[in-house]
Design a protein around this ligand. Structure first.
Ligand SMILES: CC(C)(COP(=O)(O)OP(=O)(O)OC[C@H]1O[C@@H](n2cnc3c(N)ncnc32)[C@H](O)[C@@H]1OP(=O)(O)O)[C@@H](O)C(=O)NCCC(=O)NCCS
Length: 154
C-alpha cells in the first residue's frame, strides 16, 4: 500500500472545479447509473448544500506534495445508511492511492467515534472500485440493487 503521509483537510468551495472535472471524467460517467454529466449549476448547488454541517459526516481532501490526490465523504442515504464515496484524481488512479486513502479515511471515521456500518454502492461494471472495497475489508451484501453491488464495512 502507498505511504499514508497525506495532508488531510476538509473539502471547501475551492475544491469545486476539481470535484466537477473528476466526477464528469468519461471513466467515471460510464459507471454512474444515469451516465449523465453533472451541470456546473447543479454541482455548485449540491456542493454548497453538502458543505453545510451535516451531523459531522466527513468530506475530506487528501493531498500529497501540494497536489490533491483524492476526496472521500460519507452521506446519509434516505434510509439513514451511511454511504461512502471515493474519488481519486484521474492522473493518480491505478497506483495504490485509492487503497491508501480509503484505509486512512476508515481509521479517521472510527477514531472520531463513528462505529456505524458504512455502505458502498458500486456499478456492476466498475471493477477497480469493487476490487478496492473488497481488498479494504468491505463485504459484498447480497441484497444488491439491479445494476449496483452493495458493500458493507466492517
Ligand atoms: C475506484 C477508485 C477510487 C480506485 O482508486 P485507485 O487509486 O485507482 O485504486 P488503487 O490503485 O488503490 O487500486 C485498488 C484496487 O483496484 C484495482 N484497480 C485499479 N485500477 C484498476 C483498473 N483500471 N482495472 C482493474 N482493476 C484496477 C487494483 O488492482 C486494486 O485491486 P486489488 O486490491 O485487488 O489489487 C478510482 O478508480 C476512482 O476514483 N474511480 C472513479 C470514482 C469511483 O468509481 N469511485 C467508487 C465508487 S464510490
Amino acid at each position: 500500500m502507498k505511504s499514508t503521509a497525506f495532508q488531510v483537510r476538509a473539502v471547501s468551495v475551492l475544491d469545486s472545479q476539481n470535484l466537477l472535472d473528476w466526477r464528469n471524467h468519461p471513466d467515471v460517467l460510464r459507471h454512474q447509473l444515469t451516465q449523465r454529466a453533472i451541470h456546473p449549476f447543479e454541482h455548485e448547488r449540491w456542493l454548497s448544500e453538502r458543505l453545510q454541517p451535516k451531523g459531522h459526516l466527513p468530506f475530506l481532501a487528501y493531498e500529497e506534495n501540494g497536489s490533491v490526490i483524492g476526496y472521500v465523504r460519507l452521506d446519509f442515504a434516505t434510509n439513514r445508511e451511511q454511504v461512502i464515496s471515493i474519488l481519486i484524481s484521474p492522473s493518480f488512479r491505478g497506483q495504490g492511492y485509492g487503497a491508501a486513502i480509503l484505509h486512512s479515511f476508515l481509521l479517521h471515521v472510527r477514531s472520531i467515534g463513528n462505529l456505524e456500518p458504512i455502505f458502498a454502492y458500486v456499478h456492476n461494471d466498475n471493477i477497480p472500485s469493487q476490487r478496492l472495497f473488497r481488498s479494504s475489508n468491505f463485504k459484498e451484501d447480497k441484497s444488491e440493487r439491479s445494476e449496483m453491488k452493495r458493500f458493507v464495512y466492517p
